[in-house]
Design a protein around this ligand. Structure first.
Ligand SMILES: [Zn+2]
Length: 456
């Protein structure tokens, strides 16, 4: 076994170098795909060699950001094998294991559907499960299918594994029931709660009896402090909580992180309650892997956004602020962030490749309405620009404030032209539109290619 791994490792690393040289996808998954094809069992063997073990993170929303935050926290004390480019299938984990010489700790973001196999092959010390939103449905089917996969996968966890779950998501919190080693995290600040669930909420009915939950506080989509009035099923007590949360618009947020190991103030350079969730999830995973509260604070404060999810990119005298939108729940949170200061110019980009979701009808579930009366000029772009424009006009945006510019590059330039010097151009793209825009900005020398950096 040892000799075979040696040869395959060398072969796969060589392909990785060639792939980087050839400029094909940064070489982030090709060697892993090769190893995965030649010998899937090599992943088990490579993971087992990590002296500090493996931590896994899955969720429908926010897992790339959460993993990048956890990397800052855990990377202070350990050399990491980390699938930083979001290559979150088993082949991507194989690539990360191959490319990290001398790694001590494996930190892997895992696709929701790939989770059972990732658990089986890496036998994690800690597993973080953060949320289940109705996401990428045309790839994975209903929420319930993924939830059932997770239930089965959690039953196969080694007993020593610390299961870290979001107590604010009823389906996810339920995975912790009956387990010895669990850590439950959530938000605890009713000032930021919405009075009622948004229509994009995903999990509103009691898991035990089917009656609608009542929310003392709903924070992001269906995440919050829920209780069933019929049978009493309720959010479990929090082991790790974010309290006294202050949202500072696009500048970020501030909150008090309360844990059994102590409390600390956190300043986060990312906007919105959804990023507070990501930070609390990363903190909880850090605790589960032995990090101190001080290390968590230092890690989160040193963190600047994960690749592309939230970026500020200087462009001459202006700044481009790019926030990924990919489904109603996520888009609603991004828009909610902007409500505190609606930008004068917005570029919205909608593509319909597989990674975006072929069916773009989800834009009709996004709450654009509160924003539209205050938006000065909106440029819509991408493969489905016309449909997006129609959605906004139906939502109340006057025709004369809308521009439809299908070419991403032209739309970006138009947005920059409309933006006053010294201010921000806010761009909200779907996934492949974000990659394309990032490619354009890279060609102009404004951002580095994503594989060519240290921590994002
Ligand atoms: Zn109930």
């Amino acid at each position: 076994m040892g000799v075979r791994i040696g040869l395959e490792t060398i072969a796969a690393r060589t392909v990785g170098r060639l792939s980087r040289v050839a400029g094909r996808g940064g070489g982030t998954t090709l060697p892993g795909k090769l190893l995965w094809k030649v010998d899937p069992g090599a992943v088990d063997a490579l993971a087992a060699r990590l002296p500090a073990g493996v931590a896994l993170i899955s969720a429908t929303n926010g897992k790339t950001t959460t993993t990048a935050m956890a990397a800052r926290i855990l990377g202070a004390d350990h050399r990491l094998a980390w699938n930083r480019a979001g290559a979150n299938l088993l082949s991507g984990i194989a690539s990360a294991l191959l490319s990290a010489d001398g790694a001590e700790l494996g930190l892997f973001e895992v696709d929701e559907a790939a989770l059972p196999e990732a658990i089986e092959r890496t036998l994690p010390r800690a597993l973080s499960l953060a949320n289940l939103f109705r996401d990428q449905l045309d790839r994975y089917g209903e929420l319930e299918v993924v939830a059932e996969r997770w239930r089965t996968a959690v039953r196969t966890l080694p007993e020593r594994t610390m299961l870290v779950v979001n107590a604010d998501d009823p389906v996810v919190a339920d995975l912790a029931v009956g387990r010895e080693r669990v850590l439950l995290f959530g938000l605890d600040d009713a000032r930021h709660a919405r009075p009622t669930l948004q229509h994009a909420a995903d999990s509103k009915y009691c898991l035990r009896c089917g009656a609608p939950y009542e929310y003392a506080a709903a924070y992001v989509g269906h995440l919050g402090d829920y209780r069933c009035p019929a049978c009493g099923h309720a959010r479990p007590p929090l082991d790790v909580a974010a309290r006294e949360i202050e949202l500072l618009g696009l500048a970020g947020s501030r909150f008090r992180l309360a844990t059994s190991a102590g409390e600390t103030e956190i300043e986060l350079a990312l906007p919105g309650l959804y990023n507070v969730y990501n930070a609390v999830a990363a903190s909880s995973l850090g605790l589960a892997m032995g990090a101190s509260v001080g290390a968590i604070r230092a890690g989160l404060e040193g963190f600047s956004a994960a690749f592309g999810r939230f970026e500020r990119i200087p462009a001459g005298k202006r700044r481009i602020v790019m926030l990924l939108i990919k489904n109603p729940a996520g888009a609603n949170e991004v828009l909610r962030t902007l409500e505190t200061g609606v930008p004068p110019v917005l570029v919205l980009a909608l593509n319909d490749a597989i990674a975006d979701g072929r069916d773009v009808s989800w834009i009709w579930d996004v709450d654009f309405e509160p924003l539209l009366p205050h938006a000065g000029r909106v440029v819509v772009t991408g493969e489905r620009a016309a449909e997006l424009g129609l959605r906004l006009v139906y939502g109340g945006l006057p025709h004369d404030r809308l521009e439809v510019v299908p070419s991403l590059e032209s739309a970006l330039d138009r947005g920059l032209e409309l933006t006053e010097a010294g201010t921000d151009l806010v761009v909200l793209p779907t996934y492949t539109a974000m990659l394309a825009l990032r490619g354009i900005l890279t060609e102009r020398g404004l951002v580095r290619p994503y594989w060519d950096g240290d921590a994002p």
